[in-house]
Design a protein around this ligand. Structure first.
Ligand SMILES: Cc1cc2nc3c(=O)[nH]c(=O)nc-3n(C[C@H](O)[C@H](O)[C@H](O)COP(=O)(O)OP(=O)(O)OC[C@H]3O[C@@H](n4cnc5c(N)ncnc54)[C@H](O)[C@@H]3O)c2cc1C
Length: 564
């Protein structure tokens, strides 16, 4: 593809530029439009090609009269293994119920209990692992994300928002200097994937809502859009990224040769499903008193042990056959449909499952209003690191995080009125407090180690792309169980591929490859630094948590760079 750079420069100028069209992007855009802001949404695929549309279990919020924001916060802090930011957790849990009401106002139809005479009753709330109360709202059984995405997309199409589908974020446009406190974002350079034209969209406020990076791993529940583009672009622009060593692996993804690693929600285990090895043994009872309802990282590691010790052939089985078939079909219609495609009747056959990369806990550091360390730049949703997840995410908190902090971004940007902040250099940014809880390291360059990592020559087998090789490295060495040697060799390989990556990538895959290398390298670097195990980060050489490591690790580039 030929890029005609600058062919239509500064074609658009808006109050708010939103990059990404999942729950975070569409909700933030909808709230900004309601404030009277002019808004553009840019997304690299079709509007609904997102992680959001695949979310199954639901969205957590303390809406039951017997529940409370405090109880939700306690559960979130417990799951986060000592690294949550208590301020953002309190915000998440306190403001969650109001944002769920906003979603309902935008047309999301959550499942309801059957009321008297068959009329719809109260909103149905599921109990999920590590939640102390039923508080997970869901829609169409296990199609919560699809319902939310479709409702928000329909709403946003009815507004005056400028929608740019099949437009790819290349880089953020910045001026000023980090060390002088003047670094400011003015919008973004966007590649029109249809024409190959690069345009700059100027904006008073720019929101990254680009989602996570599950596709950086060869085994993942995420769709191919999840290449951590926003985090990479933010790092190149000089923003602080944080918590990158923490990546959540889901224990139960469909393990059928040639099939995508489709998620089998843990709501199945909440409903009583069992995990079995090749002998039919319900092995989780040997690993944890909570058995199948133990935290995700424990279940994932237990499955690896069963496989590693020869009691299962690369995967284990999820057994729902003892449950009421009608209830199984009603609660899990999507899983039923997908498994049927692979000739698995989930009411009669056991489902082959194995762990897969699922949720990027780290991302672009933000404060409680979604502000990054760069003026005029915000991050919301899975690409953000607000501190609500700590070292491990509580199930169903990520959809909630997107709407709670999306609302706060709009309040921070437009709370004083749209025009009031549209032209000012208002210092609307934040700086992570350096202290015992947070350590931000400034690095001179990407892809250059301190020499301790082994440099692996980038020899790729014929036909294996750098992206594919990177995904394999990350799965093998920065996955569920990590070792210093494995991490160092992955960092060395990724670093050497990063140093040879093309100076001016011009296709979507080339840009995604550079972004995957960038975030993959930073991820292995952070995982190598953290010499303990905590939450989702497990180091075989240091299996326990160490109080000395009870701090978040951030990183920033000393001098911003761009793709080409
Ligand atoms: C299978 C599955 C099940 C899940 N179940 C749940 C659940 O039950 N509950 C829960 O809370 N969470 C769940 N999650 C996690 C949750 O779905 C995500 O964290 C959340 O949807 C992320 O929303 P988002 O808007 O931040 O990102 P996404 O929904 O991933 O949207 C990101 C958007 O950014 C766009 N984009 C990315 N890069 C670029 C670029 N360079 N240029 C332009 N556009 C770009 C993408 O095209 C996409 O539109 C699940 C995730 C998966 C994969």
């Amino acid at each position: 593809m030929t890029v005609r750079q600058g062919h239509r420069p500064l074609a658009t100028r808006v109050d708010l530029l939103v990059i990404g069209s999942g729950i975070a992007g569409l909700f933030t855009a909808a709230r900004a439009v309601a404030h009277g802001a002019s808004v553009a949404v840019v997304t690299k695929g079709g509007l609904q090609q997102t992680n959001t549309r695949w979310a199954q279990g639901g969205i957590a919020a303390a809406i039951a009269p017997t529940d409370s924001a405090d109880a939700h916060a306690r559960d979130t802090l417990d799951a986060g293994a000592g690294l949550c930011d208590p301020e953002t957790v309190a915000v998440l849990c306190r403001e969650g119920p109001a944002r769920v009401r906003d979603l309902i106002a935008y047309g999301v139809k959550f499942d309801r209990e059957h009321g008297a005479d068959g009329a719809p009753g109260e909103i149905a709330l599921a109990l999920e692992g590590a939640h102390s109360a039923p508080r997970v709202l869901h829609a169409r059984g296990d199609a919560t994300g699809a319902e939310i995405e479709a409702s928000l997309a329909a709403h946003i199409r009815r507004t005056a928002t400028h929608l740019h589908e099949r437009h790819l974020l290349l880089d953020l446009v910045t001026t000023g200097r980090q060390d002088e406190g003047t670094l400011r974002c003015h919008g973004a350079r966007i590649l029109d994937l249809g024409t190959g034209i690069v345009r700059t969209i100027e904006a008073s406020h720019t929101v990254l809502a680009t989602g996570g990076g599950g596709y950086l791993f060869s085994q993942t529940t995420n769709p191919p859009v999840a290449t951590a583009d926003g985090v990479a672009a933010a790092v190149r622009a000089g923003a602080v990224a944080c918590d990158l060593e923490f990546f959540q692996f889901h224990p139960t993804a469909l393990a059928v040769a040639g099939a995508p690693r489709f998620l089998i929600t843990e709501a199945t285990r909440g409903d009583g499903a069992w995990l079995r090895n090749a002998s039919g043994d319900r092995f989780m009872t040997r690993y944890d008193p909570r058995a199948e309802l133990a935290p995700r990282d424990i279940v994932a590691r237990s499955i690896l042990t069963e496989v590693g010790e020869g009691r299962a052939p690369g995967h284990v089985w999820l057994d729902l056959t003892h449950l009421d078939p009608e209830r199984v079909r009603t609660h899990f219609p999507t899983i039923n449909r997908v498994c049927t495609r692979y000739k698995i009747d989930i009411t009669r056959d056991m489902i082959p499952v194995a762990p897969a990369a699922h949720y990027m806990i780290g991302g672009v550091w933000t404060d409680a209003d979604g502000r990054t360390s760069v003026q005029g730049l915000y991050a919301v949703g899975e690409c953000a690191s607000t501190g609500v997840h700590g070292a491990n995410r509580l199930a169903s908190n990520s959809l909630l995080e997107a709407v709670v902090f999306g609302e706060r971004v709009v309040a921070a940007a437009f709370g004083q009125g749209v025009r009031a902040t549209a032209t000012s250099s208002d210092g609307n940014h934040a700086t992570p407090d350096q202290g015992p809880d947070m350590q931000v390291e400034t690095i001179d360059r990407l892809f250059v180690g301190d020499g301790s990592e082994r440099t692996v020559p980038p020899r790729l087998a014929q036909g294996v792309t750098i992206l594919r090789a990177t995904r394999r490295q990350l799965w093998e060495h920065a996955g569920i169980v990590r070792t210093p040697d494995g991490l160092a060799s992955a960092m060395g390989a990724i670093g050497s591929w990063g140093r040879m990556s093309p100076p001016a990538p011009v296709s979507r895959r080339a840009v995604e490859t550079v972004n995957a290398l960038t975030v993959g390298w930073l991820m292995t670097r952070a995982a190598l630094s953290r010499q303990e195990s905590r939450g989702a980060h497990f180091r075989a050489d240091a299996p326990d948590s160490d109080p000395a490591w009870r701090r978040r690790l951030g990183v920033r580039l000393a001098t911003p760079v761009t793709l080409g």
